[in-house]
Write a protein that binds this ligand. Sequence first.
Ligand code: ZN
Length: 487
Amino acid sequence: MSNPIRIGVAGIYHETNSFAPGITEVEHFRDQWVEDAITFDKKYRGTRTSMGGTIDAAESNQAELVCGFVTYATPSGMVSAAAAEELMDHLIATLPTEVDGYVLFLHGAMVAENHDDMEDEIVRRIREKAGPDLPIAVTLDLHANISQSLANRSDIIVGYDTYPHVDMYERAVEATDLLCATIRGEIRPYTAWKHARMLVVPQTMITSHNPMKALLETAWRMEKLDGVLAVTVAGGFPYSDIPDAGMSFTVTTDGDEQLAERCLDELTQLAWSIREQFQFPEVTVEEAARWTREQTEGPIIWIEGSDNVGGGSPADATHVLRFLVQWNERSLIVIRDEEAARKAHELGVGAELSMAIGGKSDELHGDPVAVTGKIRLLSDGRFTHQGSYMTGKEEYMGKTAVLELEHMTILITEKRVPPFDVGHVRSAGIRPETYKVIVAKSAVAWRTSFGDIAKGEIFIDTPGCCSANLSHFQYKKIKRPIYPLEG
Ligand SMILES: [Zn+2]
């Protein structure tokens, strides 16, 4: 019996919105900082995360996992050059050695001031240390902006197939299984890449619906072909202004370059032929209000996609809040405001809080809005994911306060927390099903929180760094022409 396979794991994971206010520093990664096997196992075993998937797949392959540096930060603005260097230096310094291959947990849309394509730079540095031949499997988010260079450096690429993302576990199992098969000499993976020349907004990337469904079904049909190992449909992330931003595909075959190219041609042609379906209509707040009044049942989800917290926005945009405070339907909104959260904790439950909240990041996301309400509940902002998205993951919103106004409830949080799990409001004693309107600062991921109780949904057009209207943005680096900036 030969020695068991040894798999090194590492990852730096960030979705960078280069239009978002603020710079992302190393501090933003500290909450999710893992660099030893015991912490890695404790944090991720049994979870439906990529790391949980690799733990289980390693066991089923009788492989040994060797833990390197794994970290993550909530999507936000540009990563500073200093942070990028510190994170990569740490990853390389702690990179497991004497392993047979690596599984890397990367996003695909991480951008630093000094590197447009962070994933490519990370894999380049790993190759520099580990050599050109050691097999590397990379897991990527569906919103990855993949480049030719990253595909060249990676043996295996497996991206998520779902948005909202509920299959990171399965995709990491797939990547780890393929890596183990490579190490055992059963396959010789070859990964090819092609760009679709399209910029797509997250709102139209819901994978259970067309047009994404059509692309994924094509990918899954290809995965059944002899010699095809993995096909990734990457919707891309249009808020990273880098040369290769946008939709692209990777095909990993068992050493068959022509087969990979044929699959890529078919996928890019299909994407181009349905490009108009990726256009996304929205309405003004006033139109949304009129339509909502006509609905007899709630909750109606007001999707404030321009302040999509999961996409890197500040979570304190006030364009919708400003309307709701003077409206007379019962509504719920979550606003990040450190100052207000701390003040509420100083005042205590039952006290009145009167101050201007939100709108403190930049001009794009609106000005602070004056509110007066009663502090109904204070919490430490900790909860555990119970829904389908990363079930079991612990979340931390910082100091959290429930502010009750005459017609609305405002959940004030100290930190930016995307509405990925209904626990973010339920943990603060809020029953979301009792509201006529719930504002979701999200593009799509809110479905894992409120999808079960929503009686309707409407997309609101407001300014913000995740706006679905791409003509609002001044792209500087992206390769042109690209649809829909040019037809
Ligand atoms: Zn994503």
